[in-house]
Design a protein around this ligand. Structure first.
Ligand code: XMP
Length: 519
């Protein structure tokens, strides 16, 4: 699926590497538009004049498996510069008369490459002739394709960087898009500017104006509704629409009673009072707690919350009358994963709560202005739209809220305890300037009581779990390593200030095998 953005671009053909989205982002970070298409869909993708360069990504396939269904070789005859990365490098080699085979030494992780020849692709890339690069391959090129030259080699990969300057074909066995590769961005930047000769054309300042104009022409004078959660994506969508159509936008904010402490006050203050939006505040706290009574199964909790949310949303949008559009914060990774790339079926881990089920039932047309942006781009766009940093740089918060941070049954008492613990934790992270080093952090309340001693008295209270992770995109994550004084301070604060908790534990699992949320 083409995004229909009429800008010169680098087209990334995805062969399924876990780093492909990173390539798209790296090109955009250079200020140049780039778009991703699956290798299986490339046949139907109209390669317009605006495609100034092509990058073939890495991937788990073997070049000898590639048939016409899996890859359209016509790409190689268009006269457009091509950079092949890892598996892409092997494709370029094989289809130009080189040979690829399984290597004796699989290379995963850091390797050193040595400069052999000068190239436009490696201008300012080498530090003292040797660079550390990130390799992740088991096959490798073992015979150089015709009319190609070796630019760099490693101990195991003789053809670590190769080029054919006539055809403007370049291949790198390693991954320049990952930060572990020294100066990797130089390879992508040289390919983009020196070889494809694209001019900078991608800034979120320009995008802001274009998106506002596009929304105006899409929705005309019709009414649009938007489910506002106070999170980054829905806040940016709401503010874009607010700038584009003002009072024709109706935002519905549902207080499920499962929000973080002071969340509802903050949302009302920002969106209703400061940004003067049409904000409908629905306090459905009691309804949610009633419906969740005695439910402890994680999936049941998620379904109950999702369905109730949709019911409330439908009820209030009917009250507004004559609504034609629903605005959603779909991002580019959502679009890639759901509609265009490999189509592979991954097993369902959790039923995500979002408003995806709404348009079909309500016959609304969708407005998805963020659908070609990555999360970090959405954050930058938010700043361009005068949203304050407080909102833009917030950690993600799941739709089902505190319900999935409280394994077991949900009670008002537990919610109150958890809200306090989470508040102290997050405030402490901010006070110690650690909040922005962490991708997501929260407190959870475990359904076990343990014995403690306070003063001379025995206590028997709940266990509080703290989780803080670093991540690029939430797909994989590692736990954050706190210094002892911090973790000690927050543990003392929680146990001493909150009646109901007498023990604090820190979650040190990564994702996988754990997930970020507990349920
Ligand atoms: P997991 O727990 O699957 O979470 O590792 C990955 C990221 O997704 C968030 N998350 C959700 N976000 N609705 C959302 O909008 C949901 O139902 C939901 N469940 C998990 C989670 O907070 C983390 O950032």
């Amino acid at each position: 699926m083409s995004l229909n953005i009429n800008l010169d671009k680098i087209l990334i053909i995805d062969f399924g590497s876990q780093f492909t989205q990173l390539i798209v982002r790296r090109v955009r970070e250079l200020g140049v538009f780039s778009e991703l298409v699956s290798h299986k869909k490339i046949r139907n993708f109209h390669i317009k004049e605006s495609v100034k360069g092509i990058i073939l990504s890495g991937g788990p396939l073997n070049v000898y498996e590639l048939n016409d269904r899996l890859f359209d070789k016509k790409i190689l005859t268009l006269g457009i510069p091509i950079l092949g990365i890892c598996f892409g490098h092997q494709i370029l080699s094989k289809f130009n008369g080189g040979r690829v085979k399984q290597s004796k030494h699989r290379e995963f992780g850091l390797a050193r490459i040595f400069k052999k020849n000068e190239s436009l692709l490696t201008k300012n890339f080498f530090n003292k002739k040797i660079n550390k690069v990130w390799m992740s391959h088991s096959d490798q090129v073992y015979r150089l394709p015709k009319k190609f030259k070796v630019i760099a080699s490693s101990k195991n990969s003789k053809y670590a960087i190769i080029e054919n300057t006539n055809k403007k074909f370049f291949g790198v066995q390693f991954h320049p898009e990952v930060t572990h590769t020294d100066n990797g961005f130089k390879i992508i930047s040289n390919f983009t500017f020196r070889i494809c000769k694209i001019k900078k054309n991608w800034s979120l300042k320009d995008q802001k104006i274009q998106l506002i104009n596009q929304i105006r022409s899409q929705v005309g004078s019709n009414k649009v509704i938007c489910a506002l959660s106070g999170g980054v994506d829905s806040s940016v969508v709401a503010q874009l629409l607010n700038k584009a159509i003002g009072k024709k936008l109706y935002c519905i904010f549902v207080n499920t009673g499962l929000l973080r402490k002071y969340e509802e006050n903050q949302v009302i203050k920002t969106f209703k009072q400061r940004l003067k939006m049409n904000l409908i505040y629905v306090n459905a706290e009691r309804e949610f707690i009633r419906n969740l009574k005695n439910v402890s199964d994680p999936e049941k909790k998620r379904k109950i919350i999702g369905n109730l949310f949709i019911k409330i949303f439908e009820k209030y949008s009917k009250k507004i009358k004559d609504v034609k559009y629903l605005a959603q914060g779909t991002l580019y990774p959502d679009l890639i994963e759901s509609r265009s790339v490999t189509g592979s079926q991954t097993s369902k881990i959790k039923s995500h709560h979002n408003v995806g089920g709404l348009p079909k039932r309500m016959k609304l047309k969708l407005v998805e202005p963020l659908k070609f942006l990555f999360k970090d781009e959405v954050r930058k766009l938010g700043l361009e739209l005068d949203l304050n940093k407080e909102i833009i740089q917030r950690h993600p918060f799941p739709g089902p809220g505190l319900a999935i941070r409280m394994p077991g049954v949900i009670t008002k008492e537990k919610i109150n305890i958890l809200k306090e613990a989470d508040f102290y934790f997050i405030e402490a992270l901010k006070k110690h300037n650690i909040y922005h080093k962490i991708w997501q952090a929260y407190a959870a309340l475990l359904p076990v009581k343990t014995v403690g001693v306070m003063g001379d008295n025995r206590t028997y209270e709940y266990l509080c779990l703290l989780r803080a992770i670093t991540s690029e995109d939430g797909m994989t994550a590692d736990f954050y390593e706190f210094k002892k004084p911090f973790i000690q301070e927050i543990s003392n604060k929680i146990v001493n200030s909150i009646k109901g908790i007498n023990r604090v534990v820190y979650d040190i699992t990564s994702k996988p095998p754990s997930t970020i949320e507990l349920e």
